[in-house]
Write a protein that binds this ligand. Structure first.
Ligand SMILES: Nc1nc2c(c(=O)[nH]1)N[C@H]1C(S)=C(S)[C@@H](COP(=O)(O)O)O[C@H]1N2
Ligand SMILES: [Mo]
Length: 199
């Protein structure tokens, strides 16, 4: 570790206050995948918005990559206790993606569906926050297949399992439904600051 000699603190206070309870900093970005890395075919890839919207939408890879991009600097926290601070994530903000999508008023939750079958759910107030990104680059480099290339979510306010890799569709729902890890006992709210790891 690069910081030493701060007495009881492991890091300077401005770093320490960014580390949620029970977390340890990492400098390398670990890979956590259940199952295999799906193959990406730009010819057949698409991203869909489905469920409780006035009109379902679909973007081809080319269409998606032409959307206005943005950068968000954010910390991420994995439930397995590593935290990675200060990455610059680049992609399309969820708000930008949904700019012309009319979400029905009864929609309260969203399910992220991935290539390979992984799912994870979020309430809309978290999902539609301005720091939530459909991400394809980190610190100026394309993310690798292991990390979700060509497209993943980055949802900084929740444990990182709520950030789907290889995302292919976003389904708007009136009632909450549990995703893959949520079904296996992970905490549905997943706020690292409340240490909501398991239920
Ligand atoms: N499709 C998919 N998305 C996923 C996962 C997965 O197994 N499949 N793992 C989740 C978990 S548990 C974590 S901690 C993060 C890990 O992302 P990383 O491998 O890029 O660090 O992705 C999340 N998104
Ligand atoms: Mo995780």
């Amino acid at each position: 570790m690069i910081f030493r000699g701060f007495g009881k603190r492991r890091y300077p206070p401005e770093i320490e206050e960014r580390i949620p309870p029970g977390q340890t900093l990492t400098e390398k970005w670990p890979i956590l995948t259940y199952g295999r890395v799906p193959r990406f075919n730009p010819q057949t890839w698409d991203l869909r918005v489905t469920g409780l919207v006035e009109e379902e939408k679909r973007w081809t890879y080319e269409e998606f990559m032409a959307l206005p991009r943005t950068k968000v600097t954010a910390d991420i926290h994995c439930v397995t206790t590593w935290s990675l601070l200060g990455s610059e994530w680049e992609g399309v903000s969820v708000r930008e993606l949904l700019r012309d999508v009319r979400i029905k008023p009864e929609a309260r939750y969203v399910m992220q569906h991935c290539d390979g079958g992984y799912t994870t759910n979020l309430p809309l107030d978290i999902f539609l926050d301005d720091d939530v990104l459909l991400c394809y680059r980190r610190n100026g480099e394309d993310i690798t297949p292991d990390h979700g290339w060509p497209l993943r979510l980055v949802v900084p306010k929740r444990y990182f399992w709520k950030s789907a890799k290889w995302v292919r569709s976003l389904e708007f729902m009136a009632r909450d439904q549990l995703g893959f890890w949520e079904n296996l006992g992970y905490n549905n709210n997943a706020d690292p600051w409340q240490e909501e790891r398991f239920s």
